[in-house]
Design a protein around this ligand. Structure first.
Ligand SMILES: [Cu+2]
Length: 166
């Protein structure tokens, strides 16, 4: 008799614990989803570029959200999340190593060189240049054509751009 009462108690305890765990997991998940929504609404990040002479660009650091890359390696691939607004701070110098962004046909979309780019004046991409920094919005349409970055003076300073979905 005692044994079966104990068994019932332990079943009930197990059920209560399971319910508590379930409830706490559910509330945690809801919180995480809210955070994700906030992040995608205001996704923005900064890539700080340097150069290894005229040989290669390097990424000194990244700040904010939506960017992944390796810092300190030559001409690293940079992954950007669609929908974000990104600033590339070209510490190698916009005048010495103008940073351009290109499509798969190696045509300039926009950038720091004096050559015209097809998206220089696109309202949605909204390219803004400020000293050595260049800022743009990675629209779906831009994401479909953006392929790499390059120094317009030194073709060896060149790396891939990858797009990640949010
Ligand atoms: Cu250069």
């Amino acid at each position: 008799m005692h044994k079966s009462t104990l068994q019932k108690l332990s079943y009930i305890t197990a059920i209560v614990i399971t319910l508590l765990i379930f409830i706490s997991c559910t509330s945690t998940n809801t919180g995480a989803m809210d955070d994700d929504l906030e992040e995608t609404e205001s996704l923005s990040g900064t890539v700080v570029m340097e150069s290894n002479g005229a040989q290669s660009y390097t990424v000194a650091r990244i700040d904010g959200d939506g960017i992944s890359t390796e810092t300190g390696t030559e001409n690293p691939s940079i992954s950007l999340t669609v929908g974000g607004r990104y600033t590339f701070v070209n510490q190698a110098g916009a005048g010495s190593h103008p940073l351009d962004f290109r499509n798969g046909d190696r045509e300039k979309l926009f950038g720091q060189s004096n050559t015209a780019g097809s998206l220089d004046n696109d309202n949605d991409v909204d390219v803004v240049e400020n000293g050595d920094a260049i800022t743009f919005t990675l629209t779906e349409s831009l994401a479909a054509s953006l392929v790499d970055y390059i120094c317009s003076f030194h073709p060896g300073m060149n790396g891939d751009l990858f797009i990640s979905e949010e």
